[in-house]
Design a protein around this ligand. Structure first.
Ligand SMILES: [Zn+2]
Length: 219
């Protein structure tokens, strides 16, 4: 894919994230590794519904702007840390989906014990404890956690998912928010039942097998 195509695809997914209600205004951010030294990122302060391809910036691995006007997202340290920790992925999507944020405020609501698809797609969920958005502390916490799976929940903040392309990372955001919505509704009806520990472990094993198979194909 050319850089122009990557830019158009980022805009498409930013609008989709906004249309689906997974972020509001200028919230959330997307990065795409174009090559080892060039990363395409969304800018700071521009609502995702109104972003155009020329608003995106190219930065290096240290976050220095190589191309573009404006300022890169204030949450760039988090993206750089994740891309450093996961050389196997090309895309990072960070969103603020409301149901997932709501669930993250209730520690007794555990997302990976609700629907089998969540475990099959994401393995055991990680909730990264609150750290200020855009801070180095959040970047460091993510650097440690993102090797455990392709999606994490940021307490009081949102989601961060990775993928080999935008569709893969976006699909995981959608998966998380859908599961959080189901958990929210089930909780409104009373205390939801959970998958048994034994079934959860079988699903986790299946997830691991698929992950290994996928990595082997890449290699
Ligand atoms: Zn954020």
């Amino acid at each position: 894919m050319t850089e122009v195509q990557h830019r158009e695809e980022v805009i498409h997914f930013c609008r989709l994230l906004h249309q689906r209600g997974y972020l509001a205004s200028a919230d959330g951010n997307v990065s795409v590794r174009l090559c080892q030294k060039r990363i395409l990122v969304t800018p700071s302060g521009v609502p995702k519904a109104f972003l155009g391809p020329d608003d995106l910036l190219v930065v290096d691995r240290e976050g220095k702007v190589l191309q573009g006007r404006g300022t890169p997202t204030g949450e760039l340290p988090m993206h750089l840390a994740v891309l450093r920790a996961r050389p196997d992925v090309k895309v990072v999507i960070h969103a603020h989906p409301p149901s997932t944020i709501a669930v993250s405020l209730h520690r007794r609501l555990v997302l990976d014990r609700v629907l089998p698809e969540v475990i099959l797609d994401l393995g055991r969920m990680v909730v990264v404890p609150y750290a200020r958005p855009g801070s180095e502390a959040l970047a460091r916490a993510l650097e440690q956690q993102i090797s455990r799976g392709d999606g994490v929940i940021l307490e009081r903040h949102g989601t961060l998912t990775v993928g080999r392309d935008l569709l893969e990372a976006y699909a995981l955001t959608e998966r998380l928010e859908h599961a959080a919505h189901v958990l929210w509704m089930a909780n409104a009806l009373g205390r939801p039942s959970q998958l048994s520990e034994g079934e959860a472990r079988v699903l986790e094993d299946l997830h691991e097998q698929n992950r290994r198979r996928r990595t082997a194909c890449v290699e």
